[in-house]
Design a protein. Sequence first.
Length: 310
Amino acid sequence: MSPIIKNQKWSMLFLFSMVILAVLVAACGAGTTTSASPDTNAGVPVPISAAPDQHQANTNKTSPGGSPQLYLIKSLNITMEVKDTQKVANELQTWISTTDPLSTAENINYEQVGDNLYNITMTFSVQASLYPRIENYLNTYPPQHSGRLVSTTKSTQNVTGDYVDTQSQLKNLRGEQDRLLTLLSHASVLGDILAIDQRLTDVEGQIEQIDVHLNQLNGQTTFYNITVTLQPSSAVLTPPPAAWSPAAIWQSAVGSALAFAEVLATALIWLAVFSIYIIPLLLIAWFIRRWRRLQGRPAVATTSIPPLSD
């Protein structure tokens, strides 16, 4: 074999080896790309198979932090002493209605405790989102307006379990209602129609009751009650004693004398009017007494004088 032919064979073998190596490298590169595809799709939205779990997550409300939302019922009772309760009541009503346009004043009671002095009790229903701001304003109001905060009572009731259970019951009952309506539309036997209709009536009644309860919970967890009691300050209720004044004493004495004169004149007028009855009765009583005296006086005894003997 000549050297030229031998060199050609080695060249062909080298080229064939390079082609096979290139094919293997390409195949490995394709396999690597395919295996990396799941990591590449890590940020892709949840696939269709995971949709039920996503729907369940949307059904159960969650707070921005990711924890289940709490359904709370809160109330606040606050008592404060102020100088002018009527003025403060007007100021508080104006501020609360301006801060929360959806608030309502449910009960406002006035109880008079002095001359133009009143204990005032007001109950407001405010939005839950604005409740902390209104609470802080009421707690800081007395010291900023020459008053005194007497007491603050807060209560919080967690009704999350009741709320979630009520929603679940309502969902189940509505599902049963739909199934019963479907059965009723396909029923042909009279007995089946009557039985389905009776069950449908029961389910609709339960739905009605649960709807009412759920609406109550919605109202109580969306709006909180705040009761404000305003009392006049002790300085207003107990004025300082008046200084000694001769003029005031003279006026008081004259007033007492006039009052006594009025009472005496009233008594004399009454006696004058009733004298037509009193005088005859007095006369009758006097005659009866005199007659009894005459009847009880002993008779004068007459003694006979014996004749004188000679």
